[in-house]
Design a protein around this ligand. Structure first.
Ligand SMILES: Nc1ncnc2c1ncn2[C@@H]1O[C@H](COP(=O)(O)OP(=O)(O)OP(=O)(O)O)[C@@H](O)[C@H]1O
Ligand SMILES: N[C@@H](CCO)C(=O)O
Length: 321
């Protein structure tokens, strides 16, 4: 029997904001146990028309029509940006991230799709062009263009957005001993809805405080000052407005701070929470604590992670009959 090879691509989960940098900071994460946490896209071959099949733990949270899937939409956006008709692909998405979770689920599917198409069709777009296409697609979902999920999912690491500079974002240092526990409770919170509650304006004093906290965090990273970096992790923009959507946060933060957690914050637009820890013992305790006190149903997901040093990539080619 003849064997065909399928092309397999992966992009990691991400946390936008990282509390201190609303819309300007984002990090990609990978489980400490070496497993993958993100969506996988297979290009099975070419066909007369575009097709998309989907499997995975969170397939039930996706729109029923595959034409509404961001992966299908990414194909047509990629083709339109290229300005020429492309061969139709047979695609299969492994939907491993929960939708409307704050784990950058939409960004993850978008990133893996654009990355895969660019690789498959011979890299017609530069990294910056591809990032812009990803951000535009993400903006179509959330209602406004922000790079803090697509950039880390594409490049990996902790990314600072610099939208007015040619590179759009830059990688920041991180602390080797920092682990991040991600806990998705199993309930859906749409990014669009969580953005509608945000303040439309900030006062001058508030803007200065926000800029000061982000500058303090970035400066602490470059100075290898983990104590000051942890102290700077304060959300002065989104959290006050979103707290009514996540009423458990205050009590969880108090309990986990007592247990040695450096910071507990909202991952992206929520409802996932992220906890920064500087030892495996505290991270493991935190994962158990959040799973017991924050997880709400069978869709819940709690993972102890480290920063993902690599972002979107091709996985080893798979042989199939
Ligand atoms: N492949 C896909 N992955 C994720 N969402 C998809 C996909 N295809 C279509 N969608 C739709 O896109 C929307 C994604 O919503 P939203 O941006 O709130 O989720 P999210 O990306 O998980 O959140 P966040 O950006 O806060 O992490 C949903 O309406 C969902 O049905
Ligand atoms: N910065 C975005 C991230 C969404 O995941 C927000 O908080 O709305």
């Amino acid at each position: 029997m003849q064997k065909n090879s399928i092309k397999r691509y992966y992009a990691p989960a991400s946390t936008g904001n990282l509390s201190v940098g609303f819309d300007l900071l984002g990090a990609a994460f990978a489980p400490v146990d070496g497993s993958l946490l993100g969506d996988v896209l297979d290009i099975l071959g070419e066909a007369e028309s575009l097709s998309l099949t989907i499997s995975g733990r969170y397939v039930h949270q996706l729109p029923a029509a595959t034409t509404d899937n961001l992966v299908s939409q990414a194909f047509y956006a990629f083709e339109e940006a290229l300005g020429k008709t492309l061969p139709r692909l047979q695609l299969h998405l492994h939907k491993n991230l929960p939708v409307g979770s704050g784990l950058g689920s939409s960004a993850c599917s978008i990133v893996v799709a654009f990355y895969a198409f660019n690789d498959y069709f011979g890299q017609p777009f530069s990294q910056t062009e591809l990032l812009q296409l990803m951000a535009t697609a993400e903006g179509g979902v959330s209602g406004s263009v922000h790079y803090d999920n697509v950039a880390p999912s594409y490049f990996g690491g902790l990314q600072l957005m610099l939208p007015d500079s040619p590179a759009i974002c830059r990688s920041l240092p991180w602390f080797a001993d920092w682990q991040v526990v991600l806990c998705y409770p199993g309930t859906v919170l749409s990014t669009k809805a969580a953005r509608e509650v945000l303040p439309k304006q900030l006062s001058l004093a508030h803007s200065i405080k926000f800029a000061g906290a982000l500058s303090r965090f970035v400066s602490a990273l470059y100075s290898s000052d983990d104590v000051d970096a942890a102290a700077a992790l304060q959300d002065l923009v989104a959290e006050p407005a979103r707290l009514p959507l996540l009423p458990e946060l205050t009590a969880l933060r108090a309990a986990l701070t007592d247990a040695g957690v450096l910071h507990l914050g909202i991952s992206g637009a929520g409802p996932t929470l992220f906890a920064v820890c500087n030892s495996s013992a505290v991270a493991d305790f935190t994962a158990q604590y959040l799973q017991t006190h924050y997880a709400k149903n069978q869709d819940a997901l709690t993972v102890v992670c480290r920063l993902a040093n690599t972002g979107a990539r091709a996985l080893e080619e798979q042989a199939c009959n």
